[in-house]
Design a protein around this ligand. Structure first.
Ligand code: NAD
Length: 313
């Protein structure tokens, strides 16, 4: 199969490309090196996926000509390119909407021109808003708690409209707090591991937040299963379904690193919801998805990558 991956130079996109190549697919990666974090990290991600069956296109999803070219002969698209991050979205509401909503519309139009038959969209647990967990795909979506969450809700709606209009198989995969090697520099797990290792204090925002932290390998497995097994229009939660509190997260890190964390308590940040827990019933039943990575081992792998740049599990 020939597959386009948008956001290929990013954290999850680079792992997804590797997994597609490992199973024999031909992969076209597209990314514009959005400046939300250092281009050099993304170049390093791409270097690890260098392969005879991988080609890379530096372009934006707004660039219809580049997309038309990249999509020639493609059977499927994974659409991961986005401005990610809840907190930062408050600082650039228009920029997030432009990339995540208009950019998704641009990508869907190009996929239609290229007659692509299958699309998987990387959505987010943030679409559920502030509601009582566990989150199920058939829950009515609440008011989004951040501009980022709103963009993912709108992009899902565009995906649904695209499926209705064209009949292509299209899945929206709602990812829950993904972590692992190549983790984005703005995410708490990376910041905590680096600061605890360096003996620096960490800021704990909110008192009792619970998160369904999901290892990137499990997220990639969920994305691939959505491509291979979903028919028609589907929405799937992909998480670990093993939520833990912020305090448990930090104590697990302390055990792994053998260092006591210096903690500073801070008020909850705008956009954060108290708890995210995935109900995986649908993903288990329809995709055969079962998360495998235990948090302690996944964190140890992430810490090893941060220290040594390697991540054999
Ligand atoms: N990391 C998580 O916990 C998480 C959770 C839920 C959903 N997601 C979603 O998964 C996807 C990947 O997230 P990530 O954590 O790997 O983020 P990331 O920032 O590492 O990757 C996103 C990539 O998209 C690229 N990009 C941004 N704008 C673009 C544009 N206009 N044209 C082409 N490329 C563009 C960026 O350069 C980046 O490499 C995103 O859609 C994100 O919203 C991530």
């Amino acid at each position: 199969m020939r597959v386009l991956v948008t956001g290929a130079a990013g954290f999850i996109g680079s792992h997804l490309c590797e997994a597609l190549l490992a199973r024999g697919d031909v992969v076209v990666g597209l990314d514009n090196f959005d400046p939300l974090y250092d281009r050099r990290e993304k170049v390093a991600n791409l270097q690890t996926i260098a392969h005879a069956r991988f080609t890379f296109v530096e372009a934006s999803i707004h660039d219809g000509t580049a997309l038309d070219h990249a999509l020639i002969g493609c059977d499927a698209v994974f659409h991961l390119a986005a401005r990610a991050g809840v907190r930062r979205s408050f600082l650039d509401v228009d920029g997030y909407a432009s990339t995540n909503v208009s950019g998704t519309a641009d990508l869907l139009s190009a996929a239609e021109r290229a007659r692509v038959k299958r699309i998987v969209f990387a959505s987010s647990s943030s679409v559920y808003g502030n509601r009582a967990p566990p989150f199920r795909e058939d829950n009515a979506l609440g008011t989004p708690c951040s501009p980022y969450a709103r963009t993912k809700q709108e992009a899902e709606q565009l995906c649904h409209a695209h499926h209705v209009a064209t009949g292509v198989h299209l899945s929206c995969v709602r990812l829950f707090s993904i972590y692992g090697p190549r983790l984005r520099p703005d995410l708490a797990i990376r910041i905590f591991l680096q600061r605890i290792t360096g003996g620096e204090p960490i800021d704990l925002f909110g008192t009792s937040s619970m998160r369904d932290y999901t290892y990137v390998g499990d997220a990639v497995d969920g994305l691939l299963r959505a491509l291979d097994r979903s028919r028609g229009f589907g929405i799937y939660n992909i998480g670990s379904a093993r939520p833990i509190s912020l305090d448990e997260l930090v104590s697990t890190m302390e055990r792994i690193l053998g260092v006591r964390a210096k903690k500073r308590r801070r008020p909850a940040q705008p956009g954060d919801v108290p708890a995210t827990i995935a109900d995986l019933s649908r993903a288990r039943a329809e995709l055969g998805f079962a998360p495998r990575m235990a948090l302690e081992r996944g964190l140890a792998t992430t810490a090893r990558w941060l220290t040594h740049g390697t991540h054999a599990t």
